[in-house]
Design a protein around this ligand. Structure first.
Ligand SMILES: [Zn+2]
Length: 411
């Protein structure tokens, strides 16, 4: 098993080691006798960094990026490299260098998780059942049937108080029996004899193999974000340290941009959005009413224009400046305002469209007539015997098609 240096010191960013084995495929990788690189495990994602052969340390070409670190089933830590390291064989001395910015971020997130999980237990007796760390945010799953906004804010408050108090965070090793007597927040299910405990003084004691800050003040800040119901409880997303600052910065930028659009203060944005939505709703209603009124007036004028023949009035018209919805509305008004109306209507823009309609009880088949017309126009459409609609690819030939359709009707 690889000797894990991070078990004893999370701030060890450089270390010397000896190569135990060299892996060439499927990806180049090294197994060392000891490492400070953290492999993905226990919810925490892996470190990245660099490995260089000790005698090449002055040669920048001999320094290779460690892109991923994983735990093998036999307990070895596998360091995946971006390319094979030259002239390296078992026994070669190497130097490892951890990406300290990434490591510090992981320490902040993972330590924040311990503080937060303990806060939810202390305040509301809600145990954490799982922890997930991603590149941009982290989350814990709480075993609870309900979770209120007040509870979220109280846990966030207590967690940040523990950060401000700058409590020591110690690493301790105990036997399983000793640990059971100490009253751990979470005892791991594995049958390991020795346990590594993370002790946040007088606040939280739990078994964990992750990398953690030395004092809670190094977490800097904990910000709770989205919460959602999941299968076994509630998932709470959070960010800590510089991620919290970045998240607050992003929120502020988005809010400021929105507030500028409304010429408002950022805290008035929800009220402004509500007001605008109400206005849109009311304008939409007004528009619908205007369209109804307009269609009714146009129908009346059109019916007055065409002569009645055998109790029927045939209206053939290209209506400009209106869409398919208005066309349908107009057809409805025409066929309801007169008991013998046949309407063959088309719109040229914004989208060429046709609506054929007849008053109830008239003998024609509008759907069949529209289909015939559409074949000529290269469009598609359908409907019922009394009302059919369709769209044409272009407005070319619309007038001729309407006239042709009208001729087939023996009005
Ligand atoms: Zn942990």
């Amino acid at each position: 098993m690889t000797d894990r240096l991070y078990y004893h010191d999370s701030f060890l960013y450089d270390f010397d080691a000896e190569v135990r084995s060299v892996v060439e495929s499927p990806r180049p990788a090294l197994i060392l006798d000891r490492t400070a690189f953290y492999p993905t495990s226990g919810g925490q994602i892996h470190d990245t960094g660099w490995i260089v052969a000790a005698e090449q340390s002055a040669d920048p070409a001999g320094k290779l990026r460690v892109t991923e670190v994983a735990e093998a089933e036999d307990g070895h830590v596998v360091h995946y490299l971006e390319a094979p390291l030259k002239d390296v064989k078992p026994g070669t001395r190497v130097r490892g260098e951890i990406d300290s910015v990434r490591r510090r971020d992981h320490m902040q997130q993972h330590s924040a998780q311990h503080v937060l999980s303990a806060a939810f237990v202390r305040l509301f007796n809600m145990p954490t059942v799982s922890f997930h760390m991603a590149d941009d945010y982290c989350s814990i799953d709480l075993d609870t049937p309900s979770l209120t906004q007040n509870q979220i804010e109280s846990a966030e408050r207590l967690a940040n108080e523990i950060v401000i108090e700058n409590r020591p965070v110690d690493i301790r090793f105990t036997t399983r029996d000793e640990a059971a007597a100490l009253g751990l927040r979470k005892l791991p299910p594995t049958e390991r004899d020795q346990l590594r405990l993370i002790d946040i003084h007088d606040f939280d004691l739990t078994a964990c193999g992750g990398t953690h800050v030395a004092h809670t003040g190094q977490i800097a800040s904990i910000l709770l974000r989205k919460s959602e119901k999941v299968r076994h409880g509630y998932r709470v997303e959070f960010v800590a340290g510089l991620r919290a600052v970045a998240a607050a910065r992003r929120d502020f930028s988005a809010l400021t941009e929105t507030a500028t659009l409304f010429s408002a203060n950022i805290y008035d944005v929800p009220q402004q959005v509500r007001k605008s939505l109400d206005e849109i709703k009311s304008l939409r209603k007004q528009r619908e009413q205007s369209q109804e009124d307009l269609a009714a007036a146009q129908a009346e004028a059109l019916l007055a224009e065409v002569p009645e023949k055998h109790g029927r009035r045939l209206v053939v018209r290209i209506v400009s400046g209106h869409d398919l919805n208005f066309l349908k509305l107009l057809a409805q008004k025409l066929t309801r305002q007169s008991s013998g109306a046949i309407a063959l209507l088309a719109a040229e823009s914004p989208q060429p469209a046709l609506v054929f309609a007849q008053s109830a009880g008239q003998p024609y088949d509008m759907a069949a007539l529209l289909k015939q017309t559409m074949v000529k126009l290269g469009g598609r459409g359908g409907g019922s015997k009394d009302l059919a609609q369709g769209g044409a690819p272009s407005s070319e030939g619309l007038a001729a098609a309407l006239a042709e359709a009208a001729q087939t009707l023996t009005v």
